[in-house]
Design a protein. Structure first.
Length: 271
């Protein structure tokens, strides 16, 4: 789905090209031999677009890098930067794509394409593919390192807050909810890991962090259960009773207290 959105983003910025055709006369000589002339830039960008559309991303990257340098400060330069980020993403160069988007965001704070840049940054960071080994090990999204997810969350939140009327805002909201729940599940996964190894202090602390940061996530039910059981093992009866009281109040039909904490079907598998 997001592939189509990326393509839509490039179409959204089509106005840049019209402006570039009218406003880049100051780039240099009009001589056809001058690489900085309008005609040369138009030809270079047309070639880059053809390469992007045909999937020749490595070749497109070389052309877009030239355009970005020669047309710096222009709408064509902005367009080239966004296309460059897309091409880097498609070639698997996630770090380079993020660096390119960060550069765009820093240098073009008032760009009409800022919402698209933030959306793209969120998508690049949001990698839901577990990979072959993850699937073989039955690993779920919540069990991986979550730094990229946190970066995606920040980008999507910034998009929603700063551009609430953006065409990308609705999907960004859906992804914010998903990532929030995933991050909560990761914290609970770690808390469960510590609890199963009888590291009760660490388990209680990690579960408490999840409750504090992700109060409305579905996994908080299990976090409260882990807190209560960890405090019980530590002999901290007051904290145990407090955790169980909150669990009973917010999840009166909770299965955790009655089935020994058996894990239920993963809540996030709607995606």
């Amino acid at each position: 789905m997001f592939v189509e959105n990326f393509k839509a983003g490039r179409t959204l910025l089509g106005a840049f090209m019209m402006a570039a055709a009218l406003g880049l006369s100051g780039c240099g000589s009009t001589s056809k031999d001058d690489p900085n002339s309008q005609a040369a830039l138009d030809k270079l960008y047309a070639d880059a677009k053809d390469d992007l559309n045909s999937g020749s991303y490595d070749r497109a990257i070389k052309s877009l890098e030239k355009i970005e340098g020669r047309a710096a400060g222009t709408t064509m330069g902005q367009q080239a930067t966004l296309d460059l980020a897309w091409a880097n993403y498609k070639t698997g160069e996630r770090a380079q794509a993020i660096a390119t988007l960060d550069r765009f965001i820093k240098l073009n704070p008032s760009s009409p394409a800022m919402d698209y840049a933030l959306y793209m940054k969120g998508i690049v960071n949001f990698n839901e593919d577990l990979g072959l080994f993850g699937r073989l090990a039955h690993q779920d999204v919540s069990e991986r390192d979550q730094q990229a997810s946190r970066e995606a969350l920040l980008a999507f939140r910034q998009l929603i807050e700063q551009h609430p009327d953006s065409k990308y805002a609705a999907e960004a909201t859906t992804r914010v909810n998903f990532i929030t729940n995933t991050l909560a599940a990761y914290e609970i996964h770690v808390a469960r890991y510590y609890f199963n190894r009888k590291a009760y202090v660490a388990a209680a602390n990690r579960a408490q962090s999840a409750v504090a940061e992700f109060q409305h996530a579905p996994g908080i039910e299990e976090a409260l259960y882990i807190m209560g059981e960890s405090y019980d093992q530590l002999g901290l009866t007051q904290l145990r009773d407090d955790a169980r009281r909150v669990l009973d109040k917010n999840f009166p039909d909770s299965e955790f207290a009655s089935n020994g904490g058996k894990r239920k079907k993963a809540w996030w598998k709607f995606w």
